[in-house]
Design a protein around this ligand. Structure first.
Ligand SMILES: NC(=O)c1ccc[n+]([C@@H]2O[C@H](COP(=O)([O-])OP(=O)(O)OC[C@H]3O[C@@H](n4cnc5c(N)ncnc54)[C@H](O)[C@@H]3O)[C@@H](O)[C@H]2O)c1
Length: 413
């Protein structure tokens, strides 16, 4: 199939997914309108300051200067677009169930401005049936009467923020549409910006595949977290075990233990799967169990760290190193470090944190590495985090990242 000739693309949501997609589309020759309902973010982006690490200010400014990209809060701008992609968050509500409020509001926002023969694609992660049962009815019920034909597809985003190798262009894109005309247009669109688009038979297959991919990570991380606790209790170095198992050339893939899972995807998406299973009268017991194991890790890490401190110290000072959910990003969404801090505080610790990529976290500011402490917990090893001084001061460190080796006073998980 020949790639779609670049025209105007509107992207709803200018975050970790939407903005990199916008820049990839600009590179491919598209003119992009980035719609976001967060006014301050739109002003920041139009001022040439990128809110996501994977897009540099220089790249953003170049796109703006050549007139290929503009952000706006105004949904009516999508009326110019031949393709509209929805890239808004799909979080959990307070019952830890799917919260599609933002997805519904994005569909409601674009609907009155969708032109005839426009392709609407959902890139947001959700359970199977979201495109067909939620987005399409909203758009079709509110679209202008002259927009008789609107095409729909699901193409879940697979971006891995901070990944130096895999990006929007070279990561194959799953595409599942509601009919042949939509599939043809959606494949042509993604072939214009990605090296490869993978055609699947329905949107539900694409939506389910995305949940399988992220649940695969969740359960494997849970397995290695549980395994770590078993090894540690027996005095076995789990990292050596993982490296040993990795020498098998087939049937094994290494995962590393840590404080838990964080970010907008791995802790969240599998709960879309467990919820969907329950709606269909089933139960994803294995996934629920993995979720519980990962949620127990912050307490395990807190207990391990406090057990290393002299018990005569009633209120040990604990320095947490790295609060973002993974290295190389300042993203603290769903970071398991929040639960780690809470468990430490519940046991009387005086807790401070340091993260070169996070200026403010849950209303508090970081301390520098000179902060006097009884123990430090290396939760996320950020680039540029120089721990040499801490090690030289003989501060005990519980390293949850296995990045400090051969130093006295440093224990690994
Ligand atoms: N971040 C990732 O690594 C990643 C990877 C793959 C898939 N996803 C999925 O992509 C989707 C988007 O995630 P993200 O990480 O880009 O989120 P994000 O929070 O970084 O960005 C979303 C943006 O959407 C805006 N927004 C929210 N509701 C809106 C609305 N109704 N209209 C216009 N703008 C709106 C927000 O202001 C925000 O700027 C989610 O479904 C997520 O699960 C994320």
């Amino acid at each position: 199939m020949s790639a779609q000739k670049p025209q105007i693309l509107a992207i709803i949501g200018q975050g970790y997914v939407g903005l990199p997609l916008a820049m990839a589309a600009v590179d491919a020759g598209w003119t992009v309108i980035g719609v976001d309902n967060f006014e301050a973010k739109v002003a920041q982006i139009n001022g040439g300051f990128s809110p996501v690490e994977d897009i540099s200010n220089t790249q953003l400014q170049a796109a703006i200067t050549k007139g290929a990209y503009k952000a706006t809060t105004d949904y009516s701008a999508v009326s110019q677009a031949s393709v509209i992609t929805i890239c808004v968050p799909t979080p959990l509500d307070n019952k830890r169930e799917p919260d599609l409020t933002l997805l519904r509001s994005a569909a409601t926002g674009i609907a009155p401005f969708v032109s005839n023969e426009t392709l609407v694609v959902s890139e947001s992660t959700s359970y199977p049936g979201t495109l067909r049962d939620i987005i399409i009815p909203i758009v079709n019920s509110l679209k202008p009467t002259e927009s008789a034909l609107v095409y729909f597809a699901s193409a879940p985003e697979r971006v891995n923020p901070g990944d130096p190798v895999w990006n929007q262009k070279n990561t194959p894109r799953l595409v599942g549409a509601i009919d042949k005309g939509s599939q043809k247009r959606a494949l042509a669109f993604y072939e214009s910006i990605c090296d490869a688009a993978v055609s699947v038979s329905t949107p539900e297959v694409a939506e389910a595949a995305k949940l399988l991919e992220n649940t695969f990570r969740l359960v494997n991380i849970a397995l290695v977290n549980e395994f770590t606790q078993l090894c540690s209790a027996s005095g076995i170095n789990v990292y050596e075990v993982i490296d040993a198992a990795s020498s098998k050339p087939y049937g094994f893939m290494p995962f590393r233990p840590g404080v838990g899972v964080g970010g907008h995807c791995i802790p969240v998406d599998p709960l879309y799967l467990t919820w969907w299973a329950r709606q269909n009268g089933g139960k994803a017991a294995f996934v629920e169990s993995a979720d519980l194991i990962n949620h127990a890790m912050p307490k395990y890490v807190a207990d391990r760290a406090l057990s290393m401190v002299n018990p005569s110290i009633k209120h040990p000072k604990v320095l947490i190193l790295g609060v973002a959910y993974k290295p190389g990003v300042g993203d603290v969404r769903e970071t398991p470090v929040s639960e780690l801090r809470d468990h430490l505080k519940a046991q009387g610790a005086d807790v401070a944190w340091h993260d070169p990529l996070v200026p403010v976290w849950e209303g508090s500011k970081p301390v520098d590495l000179d902060w006097e402490c009884d123990i430090a917990i290396l939760a996320t090893k950020q680039p540029g985090m120089n721990l040499g001084k801490l090690i030289a001061r003989r501060i005990q460190i519980l390293d949850c990242t296995n990045s400090i080796t051969g130093q006295t006073g440093v224990s690994s998980l």
